[in-house]
Design a protein around this ligand. Sequence first.
Ligand code: NAD
Length: 294
Amino acid sequence: MTLLDGKKAAAEWRADTARRVAELHALTGRTPRLAAVLVGNDPASEIYVSLKAKACAQCGMRSRVMRLPADSTQQQVHDTVRSLNSNSDIDGIIVQQPLPAHIDSKALLEVISPRKDVDGFTPDNIGRLALGMDCLPPATPAGIIELLRRNGITTRGKRVTVIGRSNIVGRPMASLLIQKGLMADATVTVCHSATPDLAPILRDSDIIISAAGSPGLVTAGMVRPGTVIVDVGTTRVDDPASPKGYRIAGDVDFPAVAPLCSHITPVPGGVGPMTIASLLHNTVTAFERRRLNR
Ligand code: NAD
């Protein structure tokens, strides 16, 4: 069994991005800048935003955090995003999830400029992805493809099962995998909460990508020896043995499943670092397209 080490692959990807940033700086005198909108004080969101800002700095990119109080109105959040859309010094915009319950996140997606949508969540980018057109791809699915590619795993002709149909992971993951290309061209099955029996579908898969957010969902009895497993799930579970009182759990019963696999991601340290590296990659792409018409 080989571990799909997301920390290592993300560090290599960030080094590639840093080289692109240095070239763009030599060419234009500018460096890409990412803006993160943070509504409220969710501690996990604070951590994610600071990790993204730190990763920007590691690549020679600039970042900015726009903090809004938890009781901000929909209009106030829209106004903040619109000001970033029209700010020529900003190349990429992310709105950190989760948002307070009173904010309509779908309405907000209509406001983010597709050219600066480095999460790849807007209807324009998702629609372009579905049509096989040039787009800013969703960060997590694109990061998963890059993790496989950097580990010499292609998807062409493989049977890939995606667990989960959310707009940010499962659904766009399936869209990417059915594109044409060496890192696509897969035969894809999408499972979700109404799928009656996962086991026979998973046992028939060459690659399993699980994004359910359900710890222990994928067990050893569901996996054929030699399968590649990407565990996207990150669920906080109580753990009195941990100094923090909790740990982050994936969807896969790792100790039982890992010995059967050809490759598997750890949680944490698998998909998470690749999502951030993917975001930076998209920000540089957005910079190039906007400023250099590439
Ligand atoms: P979501 O809750 O929006 O979607 C979960 C999906 O899983 C749903 O489509 C649901 O139908 C499906 N599902 C749930 N239980 C199932 C079951 N028993 N059998 C089959 N399908 C089932 O979640 P999301 O936003 O897509 O995120 C999924 C998980 O991935 C979460 O744990 C989230 O924290 C994690 N995540 C990690 C990263 C990362 O970078 N590491 C990025 C995004 C999401």
